[in-house]
Write a protein that binds this ligand. Structure first.
Ligand code: ADP
Length: 353
């Protein structure tokens, strides 16, 4: 058994040949362990689909290599064609064959149609055994995506690429299928890479998450490690939804729009420029002398999210529902007790007692 299913080594890509154009993928390095599900997470336009296309074999890389189960499948000079890669693909829009039944769809990629025991196994695993003679239009969205997953894994493939697989499903079906996906992959020893722009989706089911922005991977870690130690400002704001505020140095101390920052536990203090703080760790009090102004308010069931402007910066504050303020109210903001924040560069975590 190989330790790593997929290795991406110093991969670079762009769609034009211009010498000075920016890289769409810039020095991508990642490894997906055998049996692991890696989430590729980033905002729209950051290069996720491009990376997927390169792994699937639809594009030549400009530089670097892709290795699947110890076999080099892509480099600048040579790519193994998509059909020879043994990579299953699952798309947002299911991409099923409308004129084929569930069983025929699932068997589509099978070279030897007599070897259908794996198909039967997979159809069972995804819960479609009672639907084998139905056509795609007779299935619900969730059932269609289950079939797409079974079809992707049926030809003995142990590696699948999932491109925003839950995007078209309604919330209830999405949550159910999403929680089942790791078990489906585990039951047939498969590894995978799932592309998503939704932090919650990646964090809830993936063993590891690669956080990407503007063609670069900022951090690859387990969901817990990403939350505990977001290494860059981008990870801090995209994954944790933190406020990123400017820091100003005054003599030996640092200030942000929430007041002075305690940096006594920092060894190197000279170059810190930003503080990253969660909306839930900012205290808010109504005050006519306050410099902060509430500019919008959202009610999210169990709490409020206020957008607040203060000293030229805009930040988000999360409160319990007993802190019911109005747009236009003046208030006073401070860093809450029993909280923490991060300082950048350096990603140093500072606890507040
Ligand atoms: P994502 O999947 O994260 O939304 P993409 O990989 O689709 O991002 O796109 C990354 C960047 O590459 C974008 O700036 C996009 O405009 C550009 N791009 C994508 N496909 C092509 C293409 N075929 N030709 C030229 N530019 C492209």
């Amino acid at each position: 058994m190989y330790k790593e299913a997929l290795i991406i080594d110093d991969l670079h890509h762009k769609y034009d040949n211009q010498k000075n154009s920016t890289w769409i993928l810039n020095a991508i390095n990642l490894k997906i362990g055998n049996g692991e599900l890696l989430g590729l997470l980033g905002p729209s336009g950051c290069g996720k689909s491009t990376l997927l296309r390169l792994i699937a074999g639809f594009e030549y890389p400009f530089k670097g290599r892709i290795i699947l189960y110890k076999r080099e499948i892509s480099n600048k000079h040579r790519i193994l064609t998509p059909e020879k890669r043994k990579i299953g693909m699952v798309f947002q829009d299911y991409a099923l064959f409308p004129h084929l039944t569930v069983l025929e769809n699932a068997m589509f990629g099978l070279k030897d149609k007599k070897k259908k025991s794996r198909v039967d196994f997979l159809i069972n695993i995804v819960g479609l055994d009672k639907f084998i003679n139905k056509y795609p239009h007779e299935l619900s969205g969730g059932q269609k995506q289950r079939l797409a997953i079974a079809r992707a894994l049926a030809p003995g493939t142990n590696f699948i690429l999932l491109d925003e697989p839950f995007c078209s499903l309604d919330m209830r079906v999405k949550l159910k299928l999403r929680s089942e996906l790791p078990n489906i992959l585990r039951s047939c020893n498969a590894s995978g890479l799932m592309v998503t722009h939704d932090p919650e989706e990646a964090m809830s089911i993936c063993d590891k998450v690669a956080v990407m922005n503007e063609g670069q991977i900022h951090q690859i870690d387990s969901p817990i490690k990403l939350l505990e130690n977001p290494k860059t400002i981008f990870v801090s704001s995209f994954i944790l939804g933190n406020n990123i505020l400017n820091l100003e140095k005054e003599d030996n101390s640092y200030k942000c729009c929430l007041g002075e920052i305690n940096t006594s536990s920092l060894e190197v203090k000279n170059n810190i420029k930003f503080i990253s703080i969660s909306p839930k760790f900012i205290s808010i009090e109504r005050s006519n002398d306050g410099l902060a102004l509430i500019i919008s308010k959202e009610f999210l069931g169990e709490y409020f999210i206020y957008k607040i402007s203060i000293k030229g910066e805009t930040l988000r504050v999360r409160t319990t529902i007993n802190k019911n303020f109005n747009i236009g109210d003046k208030c006073f903001l401070s860093i809450a007790k029993d909280s923490f924040f991060f300082l950048y560069p350096g990603a140093k975590k500072i606890f507040i007692q």
